[in-house]
Write a protein that binds this ligand. Sequence first.
Ligand code: HEM
Length: 211
Amino acid sequence: MAVEAAQAPHAAPVASARPLIHPAWVRVAHWINVVAVLLMMMSGWEIYNASPLFPFRFPRDVTLGGWLAGALAWHFAAMWLFVVNGFVYVALGFATGRFRRKFVPIRPGELVGDVKAALTGRLAHDDLAVYNAIQKLLYVGVILAGIVIVLSGLSIWKPVQLQTLTALFGGYEAARYVHFAAMSAIAGFVVIHTVMAFVVPKSLRAMITGR
Ligand code: HEM
């Protein structure tokens, strides 16, 4: 049937017959976010190296900025990209109903079932338009981690002007640990998420072309 439609003289191209999975605003925001997260993470590691919280430093090969002041400049520049882009994505996510349609509900029973299926290699990815419970949890989780990392970052940046916010995190030092924990959560997400994108290449194609 699809072949007949493709061969009909005035048929629409086959590609446009495929349903739109990710509208342009999701794709643009997603790929801008990838660049912003990469810049923020690499410059953040250089900033961390100047005053480590734990007994290790990040290898210089994966850091950005060259030294503390350079890394801070990169971190604050990329911060605008991350925050403005993230704000637009979250606002449109609510306004268009995408978050309601795609990310909820997350039912514990479905989550347990999907984790079992994933562990035994039986988790289906037939319909890219519908996220499974693990994807929903990870996407909602990473968006929340994004909000926490921005708020804890603001607390570290302006601890005097934003002292109420800083106090909510338990003070300046605690806000640094929260910021690091949120970074670790996002880094962990990115690793799993990127592996999955290449394990299911059609999902990557959909995030590029929309279909
Ligand atoms: C090179 C790195 C990345 C690749 C290749 C990638 C790829 C993808 C793909 C293929 C999807 C669609 C998933 C599906 O249909 O099952 C997706 C969705 C998503 N990605 Fe990424 N991603 C990357 C980095 C990131 C980063 C850094 C973040 C956030 C920190 C992120 C957050 C998300 C979110 C929240 C969604 C769901 C979007 C929505 O449906 O509104 N991704 N990504």
